[in-house]
Design a protein around this ligand. Sequence first.
Ligand code: ADP
Ligand code: ADP
Length: 228
Amino acid sequence: MIRFENVTKRYADGTTAVDELSFEVADGELVTLVGPSGCGKTTTMKMVNRLIEPSSGRIFLDNEDISTVDPVQLRRRIGYVIQQVGLFPHKTVLDNTATVPHLLGTGRAKARARAAELLDLVGLDPKVYGERYPEQLSGGQRQRVGVARALAADPPVLLMDEPFGAVDPVVRERLQSEFLRLQQEVRKTVLFVTHDIEEAVRLGDRIAVYGQGRIEQFDTPSAVLGAP
Ligand code: ADP
Ligand code: ADP
């Protein structure tokens, strides 16, 4: 569970990026954050894993105030996927996926076996792609590796910031379907930023519709679309 209580973020230059934000996301729920550029979506996400700190208000993860949790410990509970996935260029796809769990203490063989499973789950046959390097993949395939890598440490929470934004519409649609299917299986608590309302509707259990620094509507896709 993620809960924001009256969270405001004012940057050093005086910009109020989010203003008195309060909302709650249940365990296993996928919430999409949608709205125009500059309305505070990324700022919201980065406060959850303490990449930035709120100016005021409190954020809870499983009823624990995250300002009391060591950021490194916190980030072990939270996977982060961004548009430019930043894979290690000199590591194979399999090693990119296995590295973090290995660093966290999982044995190498076990970490690689799990990585192969996850690559399969995101639709990349590990026998075909496992030993390739990132530059030998398409954009859509790199995004899949990014998702597999975020899942590898098995975090209960995933933050996804326009993870499918850099690929063409056909590939994006495929990634969306596969991600939905995957989420049925893994049931992470997900905050998913997009500026594409169709993507927000398709993926979200609920949608947070942002205006400038505020959530103007927070409801199911059918309610947001105004369906009966
Ligand atoms: P979104 O993700 O919805 O595009 P952001 O959270 O990135 O929005 O930005 C919200 C507002 O905060 C914007 O006006 C943006 O220019 C501003 N902003 C973001 N990061 C910084 C920063 N480091 N310093 C000052 N202003 C920032
Ligand atoms: P996607 O639809 O996933 O974006 P593409 O149509 O871009 O895929 O790529 C099709 C195939 O070509 C994929 O199997 C991919 O692995 C392969 N491919 C793309 N770029 C390269 C490259 N630079 N080197 C080797 N194979 C590549």
